[in-house]
Design a protein around this ligand. Structure first.
Ligand code: NDP
Length: 451
C-alpha cells in the first residue's frame, strides 16, 4: 500500500478499535476490507470527506433483547438476542440468524459488515443485517427449540418485515428453526409474507435454497479453476463442517467429478481415503439433520474412515480445500500444511474461515483463493430469489433457480477479476470482491444523502 493509503488505513483502524473495543472479529473483518479499499479511497478524496467507510462500519441500528423461555423441566432460561441492521443503501436489511453459544456483539457485527459487501456483490437489491442468539440448540428437545424460537421472534417481529429486514438461517438455524420462527411471526402479525427466507418448499420457500450456499461455492471454485484451464474432475477435496453448507458443497463437488475425503464438526474430523460418495453423504445428512448426531459416528459406520478428535482436516493431502464450518477455523499453520501438500485452490463456504495469516500465505503462493463474501454469496442470493418469488407469488422450478444461481456466481467472479487482477495477471479475489462491493454501496449511499 502507498504511504497515503497506509496512513489513512492506520488512522481509520485506530479510531474503529477505540470506538468498538474488544470486538476482535469485527476489527478483523473491517481491516481486511480496509486494506483493499484504502488505495481506492485516497484516490477519491470525496469519499474521505463524506466519511463513507466510517458510515459503512457503523451499523444503522443494533437491537439487543432478552429472550426468556421455559425448558422441559419448567425452569426459566434467559438468552440474549441480537439483530444488527447494518446497511440499507441498496435494499432491505438481509442476512441470517445464528444460534450458537459463542454469539456476541463482535461476531454479529463482523457478520453484518461482511454481509454488506456480500449482498452488494450478488447483483440483487439487498441491504445487510445479521442476528442471532447465544442460545445453543444442541441437546435441546424440539419443544424447547420451539419455545425459544417463539420467544425470540416475539421481540424480533417488531423490527423486521418484508420491506424492512428479512432474516434467514445460519449456524444453528436450519429448516426447523425457520419454521418455528415463521409460524410465530405469522401469528403475531396476521400476515403471510416473505419476511423470512429458507422457508419450507410447500410454504413459500425457494427450490434450491438449502443447496444454494454449498452449490454456489462450488460454482465459484469452478470459475476460478477454469481461469487455469482446470476443473473439479478427478480432484481430491477436503471439506470442513458437516452442516448445511458443507453437505451441499460435498454433493456438488461429487457431481462435478471430485473425491471428497473429509468432513468435520466442532469435536473433530473424519478422513475417508475411499471418498465420501453419494450414499455416504446421504448418511451424513440424515445423521446431522434428522438424528442430530456427531461426525465421529461416520467412522463407526464406515471402516474405511478414521476419526480425529479435536483436530481440523487441513493436514490431509488435497487439491481443493473448502472451509465450510465457522470463522477463523483455518490458520497460518493449516495454510502452510495445505500448501506443502499441493493444494491449488481454497474456496470459502463459511464466513471468514481463514485467518489473515492464512490468506497472506495463499496469496503469496498465488494459489486460487476466494473469500467467503464472494464464494458463499449464492446462499443469500437465492434468499433474494426466494423474496422475488414471494413477491410475485410464484414458485420457479429448480432449473430456473439454478440458472440464476449460476449466472450470479459467474457475475461475482467477473467482478472480482475486474477489480482484483494484478499486474502479473494473478487475481486477488479479496481485493476484487471488496472494491467491487464497496463502490456499489458507496455510490448508493452518496446518492441518498447524509442519512
Ligand atoms: P450449520 O449449523 O448447518 O453447520 C455448521 C457446521 O460447522 C457444523 O458441522 C458445526 O459443528 C461446525 N461448527 C460450528 N462451529 C464450529 C466451531 N467453532 N468449530 C468447528 N466447527 C464448528 O451452519 P451452516 O452450514 O449454515 O454455516 C456454516 C458456515 O457457513 C458459517 O460460517 C455461516 O456463517 C456460513 N454461511 C452459511 C450460509 C447458509 O446459507 N447457511 C450462507 C453463507 C454463509 P457442530 O455440529 O459440532 O456445531
Amino acid at each position: 500500500m502507498k504511504l497515503n493509503a497506509q496512513k489513512y488505513a492506520d488512522a481509520f483502524m485506530a479510531d474503529l478499535i477505540a470506538r468498538n473495543p474488544r470486538e476482535n472479529e469485527f476489527h478483523q473483518a473491517v481491516k481486511e476490507v480496509l486494506e483493499s479499499v484504502a488505495p481506492y479511497i485516497v484516490e477519491h478524496p470525496y469519499l474521505i470527506d463524506l466519511k463513507v467507510l466510517e458510515r459503512i462500519a457503523e451499523p444503522e441500528r443494533v437491537i439487543i433483547f432478552r429472550v426468556p423461555w421455559l425448558n422441559d423441566e419448567g425452569e426459566v432460561q434467559v438468552n440474549r438476542g441480537y439483530r444488527v441492521q447494518m446497511n440499507s443503501a441498496i435494499g432491505p436489511y438481509k442476512g441470517g440468524l445464528r444460534f450458537h453459544p459463542s454469539v456476541n456483539l463482535s461476531i454479529m457485527k463482523f457478520l453484518a459488515f461482511e454481509q454488506t459487501f456480500k449482498n452488494s456483490l450478488t447483483t440483487l437489491p439487498m441491504g445487510a443485517g445479521k442476528g442471532g442468539s447465544d442460545f445453543n440448540p444442541k441437546g435441546k428437545s424440539d419443544n424447547e427449540v420451539m419455545r425459544f424460537c417463539q420467544s425470540f421472534m416475539t421481540e424480533l417481529s417488531k423490527h423486521i418485515g418484508q420491506d424492512t429486514d428479512v432474516p434467514a438461517g445460519d449456524i444453528g438455524v436450519g429448516g426447523r428453526e425457520i419454521g418455528y420462527m415463521f409460524g410465530q411471526y405469522k401469528r403475531l402479525r396476521n400476515e403471510f409474507t416473505g419476511t423470512l427466507t429458507g422457508k419450507g418448499l410447500n410454504w413459500g420457500g425457494s427450490p434450491l435454497r438449502p443447496e444454494a450456499t454449498g452449490y454456489g461455492t462450488c460454482y465459484f471454485a469452478e470459475a476460478m479453476l477454469a481461469t487455469r484451464e482446470d476443473s473439479f474432475q478427478g480432484k481430491t477435496v477436503a471439506i470442513s463442517g458437516s452442516g448445511n453448507v458443507a453437505q451441499y458443497a460435498a454433493r456438488k463437488a461429487l457431481q462435478l467429478g471430485a473425491k471428497v475425503v473429509t468432513m468435520s464438526d466442532s469435536n473433530g474430523y473424519i478422513y475417508d481415503p475411499d471418498g465420501i460418495d453419494e450414499d455416504k453423504l446421504k448418511y451424513v445428512m440424515d445423521l446431522k439433520n434428522i438424528y442430530r448426531g456427531r461426525i465421529r459416528e461416520y467412522a463407526e459406520k464406515y471402516p474405511s474412515a478414521q476419526y480425529f478428535e479435536r483436530q481440523r482436516p487441513w493436514g490431509v493431502k488435497c487439491d481443493i480445500a473448502m472451509p465450510c464450518a465457522t470463522q477463523n477455523e483455518l490458520d497460518g499453520n493449516d495454510a502452510a500444511k495445505l500448501l506443502a501438500n499441493g493444494c491449488i485452490c481454497v474456496a470459502e463456504g463459511a464466513n471468514m474461515p481463514s485467518t489473515p495469516e492464512a490468506i497472506t500465505l495463499f496469496q503469496k503462493a498465488k494459489i486460487l483463493y476466494s473469500p467467503g463474501k464472494a464464494s458463499n454469496a449464492g446462499g443469500v442470493a437465492t434468499s433474494g430469489l426466494e423474496m422475488t418469488q414471494n413477491s410475485i407469488r410464484l414458485k420457479w422450478t429448480p432449473e430456473e433457480v439454478d440458472r440464476h444461481l449460476h449466472r450470479i456466481m459467474a457475475d461475482i467472479h467477473e467482478a472480482c477479476r475486474k477489480y482484483g487482477t494484478e499486474e502479473d495477471g494473478y487475481v486477488n479475489y479479496v481485493k476484487g470482491a471488496n472494491i467491487a462491493a464497496f463502490i456499489k454501496v458507496a455510490d448508493a449511499m452518496m446518492a441518498q444523502g447524509l442519512v
